[in-house]
Design a protein around this ligand. Structure first.
Ligand code: HEM
Ligand SMILES: [Cu+2]
Length: 552
């Protein structure tokens, strides 16, 4: 970006102060405020999902009944999965950071369709309300995968949960369309595709999946609701239906959806790696295109969830091999991030601590994914705690770590205040240790044969379950710590200044918090977003911005 953009005098109010009152928030079309609304909504959902998780772990503290009935337990793991996946993992990073930073990184005034963007928040809110209403009515006990015939016959409140997820799907589609059009049409002068921030590339790839795969989920959820309510016989073999059809349609969305969850995480990591290694991204193009590769291949691997469903050996082989390709694209990214860190001038900060956690856990989660995609191994591990540990390594160890890296990295930009770095490092250590203690025992339990979704278990599984529950408590405590010091920083934190990390990312060329108008003068892009080397020898990006660029 034109360096002079930094010295433009910002005499416009920042986006938080621009307009006052609740109405100005409820009807806002400012992408930054919409990002903040997503932050509040999705982290509330995360807290609810976390509460269910703690209840599950407490129940599993002893081999027999501990605090709840078996029926309640079934509802707990179902609601935990539904809330975490549909209300947090899918919408969080695109909704928060995508909305807030995509236009800033592109030098745009807003997203392409600001009204549609506000609609996406309300669709999320309506969907979440329907789902929570269903939970208050007693919730569902089918598991988040809604497999037939149980989901079409259970007497629990599965229909509102299905409809809630159905409505939230539209929110996801609308966001995806908005980001695709924004990326194509609203890049500032000089911002060619090969200069686009890697965050944008990855969010763009995510958006394509959101638009193409989510309708299939919507359809299948609706079919289950219809079958449950009216008994059409779509999935019931006695009436000519096919229960496996549900599994195909479900995973046709839900496998790509795992990339809806992890690509935005990769988006964040690329930014944070460059900022704290103070190096240009090694293999920029490989990292950018591998996002598209993952998005593409992700559509052809859903059958690896059906290895034991009576699938032919031929199909299983094909799906197994195709799944490996995702591992290859992911490995390309991991290699390039690591190469970027190599000989970097690393600043070990809280965001960077989460990057370290992310890299380790993603590799572990990915490698166990490759192992699971090997049919001969999967028939043993299917439906055991090994699978549970695999996807939590990716979702918590990958996506939540990246979310935490992102929130610590961008917090000063979003709210203009610094949090306590000391507490942030304490929390990062607590979370990373707690995470390992929670999920490593689950790999071992799965390998020993402990099935998932069981209320009670034989005594030999007891010690490892105690370890897992202890780890989960630590993990939960770590999250609370983050919440507390971030909220405190809003009032007591040091004023951050425009660019406290000395980052070269384009979004840092605005004051903190950014002006309501984003850029009073449209920026011109003259360098890439991760170019740390093109500065003169010994010349570091100045950690404090020129005073006139700071917001008055
Ligand atoms: C990178 C992000 C990834 C995410 C977010 C993810 C997520 C998940 C989830 C949620 C499940 C559980 C499905 C269930 O409820 O049964 C799962 C299972 C599975 N994953 Fe992954 N995964 C990822 C990467 C991979 C990779 C790279 C592979 C293979 C190369 C893989 C292969 C599998 C297989 C085969 C299963 C099915 C296991 C079974 O049910 O027996 N995953 N994954
Ligand atoms: Cu999958």
């Amino acid at each position: 970006m034109n360096p002079s953009a930094n010295s433009v005098v910002y005499n416009t109010p920042n986006y938080l102060d621009a307009e006052g009152g609740v109405r100005s928030w409820l009807f806002t079309r400012d992408h930054k405020r919409i990002g903040v609304m997503y932050l509040v909504l999705t982290t509330s959902a995360f807290a609810l999902g976390g509460l269910f998780a703690m209840l599950i772990r407490i129940e599993l503290l002893t081999p027999g009944p501990t605090i709840m009935s078996a029926m309640t337990y079934n509802r707990m793991f179902t609601l935990h999965g539904v809330v975490m996946i549909f209300l947090f993992m899918v919408p969080a990073i695109p909704g928060i950071f995508g909305n807030f930073f995509l236009p800033l990184m592109l030098g745009a005034q807003d997203v392409a369709f600001p009204r549609l963007n506000l609609l996406s928040v309300y669709l999320y809110l309506v969907g979440a309300t329907i789902a929570v209403w269903g939970m208050i009515q007693g919730g569902a006990d089918t598991g988040w995968t809604f497999y037939a015939p149980y989901s079409t016959t259970t007497t629990t409140k599965v229909v509102p949960i299905l409809l809630g997820a159905f409505v939230i799907g539209f929110s996801s589609i609308v966001t995806g369309i908005n980001f695709i059009v924004t990326t194509h049409t609203m890049r500032g002068p000089g911002l060619t595709w090969d200069r686009m921030p890697l965050f944008v590339w990855s969010i763009y790839a995510t958006s394509i999946i959101q638009v193409l795969a989510t309708p299939v989920l919507g359809m299948v959820l609706l079919l289950v609701a219809i079958e449950h309510s009216f008994g059409f016989g779509i999935f019931d073999p006695a009436r000519g239906g096919d229960p496996i059809l549900l599994q195909h349609l479900f995973w046709f969305y839900s496998h790509p959806a795992v990339y809806i969850m992890v690509l935005p995480a990769m988006a964040v990591i690329s930014e944070v790696v460059c900022a704290f290694a103070r190096k240009n991204m090694f293999g920029y193009k490989a990292v950018a295109y591998s996002s598209l590769g993952i998005a593409f291949v992700g559509f052809f691997t859903w059958g690896h969830h059906l290895f034991t469903s009576g699938q032919s050996a031929f199909d299983a082989g094909i799906f197994g091999v195709l799944s490996m390709f995702v591992g290859i694209f992911t490995a390309i990214k991991v290699f390039n991030w690591t190469a970027t860190l190599y000989k970097g001038a690393i600043k070990f900060t809280a965001p960077f601590a989460y990057v370290c956690g992310f890299l380790f856990f993603l590799v572990f989660g990915g490698m166990t994914g490759v192992a699971l995609a090997t049919v001969s191994l999967d028939v043993h591990w299917q439906d055991t705690y090994f699978v549970v540990a695999h996807f939590h390594f990716i979702m918590v160890g990958g996506t939540i770590m990246a979310f935490l890296a992102g929130i610590h990295y961008w917090w000063p930009k979003m709210f203009g205040r610094m949090y306590s770095e000391g507490w942030a490092l304490v929390a990062a250590c607590t979370i990373i240790f707690g995470f390992n203690a929670t999920f490593i025992p689950q790999f071992l339990l799965g390998n020993m044969g402990m099935p998932r979704r069981y209320y009670s278990y034989p005594a030999q599984f007891w010690p490892l379950n105690v370890a897992s529950t202890a780890g989960a408590s630590l993990l939960g405590f770590g999250f609370l710590l983050v919440l507390v010091y971030l909220l405190l920083s809003l009032k007591y934190g040091r004023v951050a200044g425009a660019n406290p990390w000395g980052s070269r990312g384009f979004e840092w060329n605005t004051p903190s918090p950014p002006s309501a108008l984003n850029f009073p003068v449209p920026p011109v892009f003259t360098h890439g977003p991760h170019d740390y080397q093109d500065r003169g020898p010994g010349e570091e990006p100045s950690p404090t911005p020129p005073p006139e660029a700071q917001h008055a």
